[in-house]
Write a protein that binds this ligand. Structure first.
Ligand code: RTP
Ligand code: MG
Length: 139
């Protein structure tokens, strides 16, 4: 089944000039980039994006981090893209991430973990239009 998922190369990775290396890992896994841009999130955008976590103790820190510098947001397409990209990213905590994953290779800690990927079809369906209009996604 061909799916689309939403991806963020997070500020810690862009700040270290790793967006090319991370996008290469994504592409090497067979995922196709069908939309992409750089953004510097406002506090309101980050709060809205991570609203599901608003009652978590790490919420304020997470929002501040996501606004701390630019990100690369993209839409990825491919066979089982959602699960496949979660696999390429590795576990949230880099200490628990498998060898060869983005987070094992590049993440700094459980918060500054270099990438985001949608966790389910319903999440992807919300997250993609949060940052991209239909016109910005190529066929
Ligand atoms: P993401 O949503 O960014 O793809 O990451 P995820 O599903 O693997 O992790 P999630 O539980 O949704 O958490 C969202 C992001 O919040 C930060 N976080 N900090 N300090 C902490 O204990 C903690 N836990 C999570 C991470 O940046 C995580 O990716
Ligand atoms: Mg998540």
């Amino acid at each position: 089944m061909i799916e689309r998922t939403f991806s963020i190369v997070k500020p810690d990775a862009v700040q270290r000039n790793l967006q090319g290396a991370i996008l290469k890992m994504i592409q090497d896994a067979g995922l196709k980039i069908v939309a992409m841009k750089m953004i510097h999130m406002t506090k309101e955008q980050a709060e809205g994006f991570y609203a599901v976590h608003k009652d978590r103790p790490f919420f304020d820190s997470l929002v501040a981090y996501m606004c701390s510098g630019p990100c690369v947001v993209s839409v990825l397409e491919g066979e089982n893209a959602i699960a496949k990209y979660r696999e390429v990213m590795g576990a949230t905590n880099p200490a628990e991430a498998a060898e060869g994953t983005i987070r094992k290779t590049f993440a700094l800690d459980i918060e500054k973990n270099s990438c985001h990927g949608s966790d389910a079809p319903e999440t992807a369906a919300q997250e993609i239009p949060y940052f991209f209009s239909q016109l910005e996604i190529v066929g």
